[in-house]
Design a protein around this ligand. Sequence first.
Ligand SMILES: N[C@@H](CCC(=O)N[C@@H](CS)C(=O)NCC(=O)O)C(=O)O
Length: 96
Amino acid sequence: MKLYYSPGACSLSPHIALHEAGIAFEPVMASTKSHKLQDGTDYYGINPLGYVPMLELDDGTRLREGPAIVQYIADLAPAKNLAPAAGTMQRYRLQE
Ligand SMILES: N[C@@H](CCC(=O)N[C@@H](CS)C(=O)NCC(=O)O)C(=O)O
């Protein structure tokens, strides 16, 4: 999977979560100012909303919004206890 991120931005939490989960991923830097990737690709062509973080799964599915992304990552690695189990009150407390 790919994580579209920008240094020092709110994409840091999914970046950390991916490392904590031990999940292999490709970090792709997207400028929050120019909205270009390092190779010059227009980031708006990838994410029409223009912001990071965005996670792209191997099947091409794209997931936005930091809170959704970190919970998705946590659910991929339940043994790492990064988030309470889905459906529990503790999970809703996390979302709250
Ligand atoms: N609602 C989004 C907001 C993401 C967001 O505001 N990202 C900022 C960096 S912290 C960004 O990419 N700003 C550039 C832009 O919006 O064009 C989320 O929570 O993930």
